[in-house]
Design a protein around this ligand. Structure first.
Ligand code: PRX
Length: 631
């Protein structure tokens, strides 16, 4: 299944396009199925209705755990590195992980969970998070992991949207020098969540928490009441595996749905190939399991391939900006998969944190989540990879389930800031505004995919129409990614960023409409408009233009009030970096905010604002420009 030469890549790619069913049918043979499929693929992008490996039965945890026991039971599956480097790291072998997943699966059953139930997970990056995720999959419950940085309201919205029956959380989390009171946040969320019957709480930071009789139980107590034998639930290939909420350009986040069979095949295949993973190697992905990268490339991808994966609780700069390099040295990491924002942040500390660190184990480097600028690419290449480790710049999305356009380590010639070529099975096309294909090389356009792949989303939870509208209606018969893209003379792809109103802040996807809604909830705010602007470390920063006529206290305090509101409504990750109070917003005569103008102002490019002839009141723009200069 592993591609080892560029010639083989070309052959596999050709085959995957000419005969996709045969290609994916063969790839899928590398996994364990309880019953085979009768049809590899049936699809249409109009409804959309996509089915992979129809009729097949499986359980993804048998692929991630059971099948490795006979040959690799004593091999490390997860190496946990705690937030505090003085604490011991923990190694879980495949045997241990299997036992714990089965035991916790029994805890879930004991608390009333069954196949098809939705379970919300809000936990720190500890081994129990991976265990909780896999335990859900073991019994056929659908997990919905919510990143630890989201607020009570965001959690409640997600729990209610999916009608979750159970919540799994911890008393608290460590993040660098900070402690985050996870259970307190959950308690606030659950006030408005009538479907939740039980909440299982892991002790982690040992902070006092309220435990509600009849609802809240301790993880540690529960595991004592059950054994570690749990037969895996037989799942249909198209049964739901998980929901993961993500932001779009309008309204509230949507629950992207991934199913068991196709997702497993795609996560496993791409993990093995893109990183050229070799048995016995140590792989370290720095993402959080709360995002798709963690789902596919900390949990399901690596475990399905019997890999050894480092799971890190902390942040790159704690207790010092040497932390990643200490981890690489300590665990002899062979593959490091991280985000451009982390690279840029670490670059800013210079070379001192690298002094004396042994990074010789590194063989492959990976980047994900946002465009990587050339400077960061070269720093990563030279300082971390010592010019010897290929960088795989992996482009993909929550919706795609796995990596789509990326070099294959040791196979594809890399090029700074290019995601290079589509993986086998992926058929990208660039289109213009009208959906007309832009052919040839040396061109730019909107990136679409014209043929299904096993890891793609099937629907958005509870609202199939929204899935259709968002991804399959902009251009007929195409999946629209929302990204702009350049295809250069070599046919290499470079993702240039979102073409919709979605921001990418430190690799986190945030909708401008969501941030505006949150700001507008603040008493006294009349209206707001949010745009992104280039930010040295975060990639994009959030710039908010706010109409707030009757301020209480001084300007700075009012800004802090707004930040507090955004933190309450969405979470700290969505806090604007800049707030500018204005008396009006640039609008067209029909009342539409002209964001294009605001984007220019946020970028500091006020000399050429483009066509302003449709502006209702040009004086507003002059005022905003003047005010922005003083910010
Ligand atoms: O704009 C692209 C950007 O991140 C978006 C997807 O965000 P999310 O669903 O949160 O998933 C992030 C992790 C897969 C994309 O639409 N993006 C992701 N990877 C890259 C990227 N932009 C440029 N280069 C990448 N390698």
């Amino acid at each position: 299944m592993q591609i080892t030469s560029f010639k083989q890549y070309e052959e596999d790619y050709k085959k995957s396009v000419e005969n996709p069913e045969q290609f994916w049918g063969e790839v899928a043979q590398n996994f364990q199925w309880r019953k085979p499929w009768f049809k590899v693929l049936s699809w249409n992008f109009n409804e959309p209705n996509i089915k992979w490996f129809e009729g097949a039965k499986l359980n993804i945890t048998e692929n991630c755990l059971d099948r490795h026991l006979a040959t690799s039971g004593d091999k490390p599956a997860i190496i946990w590195e705690p937030n505090n480097p003085e604490e011991e790291s923990v190694t879980l072998t495949y045997k241990m992980l299997h036992e714990r997943v089965c035991r916790f699966a029994n805890v879930l059953k004991r608390n009333g969970a069954k196949k098809g139930d939705r379970i919300c997970i809000y936990m720190p990056m500890v081994p129990e998070l991976a265990i909780a995720v896999l335990a859900c999959a073991r019994i056929g419950a659908v997990h919905s992991v919510v990143f630890g940085g989201f607020s009570a309201k965001s959690i409640a919205d997600r729990i209610n949207d999916a009608q979750c029956k159970l919540v799994i959380t911890a008393d608290g989390a460590y993040r660098g020098s900070k402690q985050i009171p996870l259970k307190d946040v959950i308690d606030d969320a659950l006030i408005g969540c009538p479907t939740v019957e039980k909440c299982i709480v892991l002790t982690h930071v040992r902070t006092p928490v309220s435990m509600l009789k009849g609802r809240d139980v301790w993880w540690e107590d529960e595991v004592k009441h059950v054994n570690d034998i749990c037969e895996a639930e037989e799942m249909d290939a198209e049964d739901m595996l998980f929901i993961l909420y993500t932001s779009g350009s309008t309204g509230k986040p949507k629950g992207v749905v991934h199913t068991c069979g196709g997702y497993m095949v795609y996560a496993g295949y791409t993990f093995s190939n893109v990183f050229n993973y070799q048995p016995g190697e140590v792989y370290f992905c720095t993402a959080d399991i709360g995002w798709i990268t963690g789902h596919s490339y900390i949990v399901y991808g690596p475990l399905s391939q019997g890999a050894t994966s480092v799971l890190f609780e902390g942040i790159p700069t704690y207790p010092s900006p040497s932390r990643f390099w200490d981890i690489v040295e300590k665990h002899k990491v062979n593959t490091l998969y991280t985000a451009p924002t982390a690279i840029r942040s670490l670059m800013s500390y210079g070379e001192e944190p690298l002094n004396g660190k042994d990074l010789s184990s590194i063989r492959v480097l990976g980047s994900v989540g946002e465009p990587i600028n050339e400077e960061a690419w070269h720093w990563f290449d030279e300082k971390i990879g010592h010019g010897k480790a290929p960088i795989v710049d992996t482009w993909w999305q929550t919706e795609t389930g796995g990596i789509m356009i990326s070099p294959i380590a040791t196979v594809t010639k890399t090029k700074p800031s290019f995601a290079t070529l589509p993986l086998p099975g992926i058929q990208p096309i660039l289109v213009d505004e009208n959906g007309k294909e832009i052919e040839g090389n040396g061109v730019m356009g909107n990136l679409c995919i014209k043929f299904p792949w096993p890891g793609m989303l099937r629907t958005t939870y509870g609202d199939h129409e929204r899935c259709k509208q968002t991804y399959f209606s902009t251009y007929e018969n195409l999946y629209f990614t929302g990204d702009g893209c350049l295809r250069d003379e070599d046919g290499y792809y470079r993702i240039t960023g979102r073409v919709d109103d979605v921001l990418n802040v430190s690799g986190h996807r945030i909708g401008t409409a969501e941030v505006e809604n949150a700001i507008n909830m603040h008493a006294g705010v009349v209206e707001s408009a949010v745009v992104g602007y280039p930010h040295d470390v975060k990639g994009q920063g959030i710039y908010a233009f706010v109409i707030y006529p009757e301020m209480h206290g001084d300007v700075e305090l009012s800004k802090k009030d707004i930040l507090q509101t955004v933190t309450r409504v969405i979470g700290a990750i969505a806090k604007p970096d800049k707030i500018l109070f204005v008396s009006g917003l640039p609008k067209t005569r029909s009342g539409k905010i002209m964001r294009r103008i605001l984007r220019k102002i946020a970028e500091g490019e006020t000399t050429n604002l483009g066509d302003t002839s449709t502006l209702l009141d040009p004086a507003v723009v002059e005022e905003i420009i003047e005010a922005s200069k003083k910010l």
